[in-house]
Design a protein around this ligand. Structure first.
Ligand code: AMP
Length: 557
C-alpha cells in the first residue's frame, strides 16, 4: 500500500480541483497556500455542493478558509444585498474573519465585507450597512442590536456560518444565536464550526441544520518514539530571532524548518542566508529539477537547512536530517507526525521542536492528544547561551586554524611585528580576530531585564525545560450579580466583546448576590479597563475595577 508520504499528491491536495471561483483560487495562490488543509479538503466540496456542514475544528486548522472559500465562490457581488452572515463569539474573531474573507475575496471586485461588533461605532457600521455588504461578520449581540433597530436585513441571507459555536454558547449567546437562525430564510445553507460538540450544539444542529455533513479534523496518529519532541512558546514577530538563537545553540547535522506558505519558505530561507546560514527553500512552485538539486545538496552537506512546506517535504528521506523545527505550527496532528517523521530516519534519533504562540496552545493540545505524547516545554536560549556558543566556536576556530598549513609563515610575520612595534602578542592576536570578525556584532547585546523565571544551571547546549504553569490573573469586581439575573456566560460575553478579550483570558468567575468577581489577565491595557468601566450588562453599568481582599459578606441590619 502506498503510504501518504510516498504517494504522489492525490487530487484532493489541490485547490484547483475543488470547483471554487477562479478569482478566489487566484487569491489563495497570492497568499501562498499550497494545498487544502484536512478540514478544507473535507468541507469545501460539501459546501460547494450546497450541503449544510458541521465541522469539528479548532482555530489553526484552516477552518476560516474552509467556509470562506465556498461562500465567496457563491455570492453574487453584482448585488449589494447581504447574502452571507458569519457569527463569531468575539469582536477579535469577527475582525479576523472579516479580514480573512476580504483577503480570499481580493479578486472579487465590488465585494464588501463588513465586521459588526460591540465596542465599535454604530455610525461606521450603519454607513457600511447602507452602502451594502454582501458578507457581514458579526458578534451575536451586535447583530441582534442591528436587527432590532431595523438597520440590518437578513431576509436574503443564503449562507450562515456559526464560527466557534461552542464559544458563542459558553459566552451566553445561545438565545441570540437561535433568534438569528430563526430570523434568516429557511432555505439558507448553514455551516457550523465548533472545537467541541456539547449537547447544546447538537440540539442547535438538529433543529436548524438540514442533514448536515459532519467533518472532524482530528487525526489518529502515532509519532515515532526515537524523536525527542519539545516546544517553545514564542509569539509570531519573535520567531525569526528564536530560530536564529536555536540554530546557534542547538546541535544538528541537517535541519528542516517547516512553514505554512510558499512565500514563507522563500522569506525564511532568505533571512537565514542573510544571517550567514546555509539554507534553501523548497515549495510546490519550485520546479522539480531544482527541488531535487536542493535535496541532493542537503543530502551531501552542501546546505544544512531546508525551509519547506508540508507538500514539498512529502516523502523527503535524508538520513542527515537530525532536527525538525516547526516554525509555523501544523494545522493538524497528522501533518505534525508527517513533519517530525522527516528526522529519526534509518534508526537514528531525532529532535523535533515546535514554535507555539500563546493563541495556538489548543493546537498543541490537539497534537498531544492525537499522538498520545506530551511535548516538553523548553525556554528560548538566552543571550548568554548564544554568546557562550559564539565564544566556544571562536575558540574552536583558533584550535582548527593552528593545525592548518601556513601557520609557520604567519608566526614568523607576527613575531617580526611584535619585535618591530613592541606590542604584546595578545593584542596582535586580538587585532587579527577583529579583522576576521566584526568586533561590535560578535556578541549579542544583552536583553532588557528578563521576565522569565530563574532556572537551575544547565547544560548550555540543550534547551532548558520549563515546568508548565498558569498565567497571572488579577481579580476584578463587577457591579452585577444574582440580583440582576446574571450568569457567568453574560459576564464573559460582555467583557470579552467590549474589551476585545478571548475566552481563555478569563480565570475564575464568582457570582455574588449584588456583585461578582472575575479573574482577568494581570496587565490589562488602560484603554481596555476604561472601556470595561463603561460596559453595561442588561442595562446595568458593571463599573469594573480591581478587587481588593476576599469577597465580603453582606452585613445584615
Ligand atoms: P484558521 O484555522 O482559519 O484560524 O487558520 C489558521 C492559519 O492557517 C491561518 O494563518 C491561515 O492563514 C492558515 N491557512 C489556512 N488554510 C491554509 C492552507 N491551505 N495552507 C496554508 N495555510 C493555511
Amino acid at each position: 500500500m502506498a503510504t501518504p508520504e510516498n504517494s504522489p499528491a492525490p487530487p484532493r491536495d489541490r485547490f484547483a480541483d475543488l470547483q471554487i471561483h477562479r478569482g478566489v483560487l487566484q487569491a489563495i495562490a497570492d497568499v501562498g497556500y499550497e494545498s487544502p488543509t484536512a478540514i478544507q479538503a473535507a468541507t469545501i466540496p460539501a459546501l460547494m455542493a450546497g450541503s449544510d456542514v458541521v465541522g469539528l475544528a479548532q482555530t489553526g486548522t484552516g477552518k476560516t478558509a474552509a467556509f470562506a472559500i465556498p461562500l465567496l465562490s457563491k455570492i453574487d457581488v453584482t448585488s449589494t444585498t447581504t447574502q452571507a452572515l458569519v457569527l463569531a463569539p468575539t469582536r477579535e474573531l469577527a475582525l479576523q474573519v472579516a479580514e480573512a474573507v476580504s483577503r480570499y475575496g481580493a479578486h472579487l471586485p465590488q465585494l464588501n465585507v463588513l465586521p459588526i461588533y460591540g465596542g465599535s461605532s454604530y455610525a461606521r457600521q450603519l454607513s457600511g450597512l447602507k452602502r451594502g455588504a454582501q458578507v457581514v461578520v458579526g458578534t451575536p449581540g451586535r447583530v441582534i442590536d442591528h436587527l432590532e433597530r431595523g438597520t440590518l436585513d437578513l431576509s436574503r441571507v443564503d449562507y450562515l456560518v456559526l464560527d466557534e459555536a461552542d464559544e458563542m454558547l459558553a459566552m451566553g449567546f445561545a438565545q441570540e444565536v437561535e433568534r438569528i437562525l430563526s430570523e434568516t430564510p429557511e432555505y439558507k445553507q448553514v455551516a457550523l464550526f465548533s472545537a467541541t460538540m456539547p449537547r447544546a450544539i447538537r440540539k442547535i444542529t438538529a433543529k436548524y441544520l438540514h442533514d448536515p455533513l459532519e467533518v472532524a479534523s482530528e487525526a489518529k496518529a502515532g509519532a515515532a518514539e526515537n524523536i525527542s519532541q519539545r516546544y517553545i512558546q514564542v509569539a509570531g514577530p519573535r520567531k525569526m530571532d528564536a530560530l536564529t538563537r536555536i540554530l546557534e545553540v542547538e546541535q544538528f547535522e541537517a535541519m528542516v524548518v517547516f512553514v505554512r506558505t510558499k512565500q514563507a519558505t522563500e522569506q525564511v530561507a532568505e533571512r537565514l542566508r542573510a544571517r550567514g546560514f546555509s539554507a534553501a527553500a523548497i515549495n510546490g512552485d519550485i520546479p522539480q529539477v531544482q527541488r531535487e538539486r536542493t535535496i541532493t545538496a542537503l543530502r551531501e552537506g552542501g546546505i544544512d537547512i531546508l525551509v519547506a512546506t508540508d507538500v514539498a517535504a512529502r516523502g523527503l528521506d535524508v538520513d542527515r536530517i537530525s532536527y525538525v523545527l516547526n516554525y509555523d505550527i501544523p494545522h493538524d496532528a497528522e501533518s505534525y507526525v508527517h513533519r517530525i517523521g522527516r528526522t529519526g530516519r534509518a534508526g537514528r534519533s531525532g529532535n523535533a521542536l515546535l514554535f507555539v504562540s500563546p493563541r495556538e496552545r489548543h493546537l498543541l493540545q490537539a497534537i498531544e492528544k492525537a499522538t498520545r505524547q506530551t511535548l516538553a516545554q523548553v525556554e528560548l536560549p538566552t543571550v548568554e547561551d548564544v554568546n557562550a556558543q559564539r565564544v566556544a566556536r571562536f575558540a574552536d576556530s583558533i584550535t582548527h586554524a593552528l593545525a592548518r598549513p601556513g601557520v609557520q609563515l604567519f608566526r614568523k610575520l607576527v613575531e617580526d611585528y611584535e619585535r618591530e612595534h613592541d606590542v604584546p602578542m595578545a593584542d596582535i592576536a586580538a587585532a587579527l580576530a577583529v579583522q576576521s570578525h566584526d568586533g561590535e556584532a560578535f556578541l549579542m547585546a544583552p536583553e532588557p531585564p528578563p521576565k522569565r523565571e530563574k532556572n537551575s544551571p544547565n547544560d548550555r547546549r540543550s534547551l532548558r525545560e520549563k515546568p508548565r504553569r498558569g498565567r497571572a490573573f488579577t481579580t476584578y469586581r463587577v457591579a452585577v450579580g444574582k440580583r440582576h439575573k446574571i450568569g457567568p456566560g453574560a459576564i464573559v460575553g460582555a467583557i470579552a466583546n467590549e474589551g476585545g478579550l478571548h475566552r481563555s483570558d478569563f480565570g475564575q468567575i464568582t457570582i455574588g448576590p449584588d456583585f461578582s468577581l472575575v479573574e482577568l489577565p494581570a496587565q490589562l491595557p488602560r484603554a481596555t479597563l476604561k472601556k470595561l468601566g463603561q460596559t453595561r450588562i442588561s442595562g446595568v453599568l458593571i463599573n469594573l475595577r480591581p478587587h481588593s481582599g476576599k469577597p465580603r459578606r453582606k452585613r445584615i441590619g
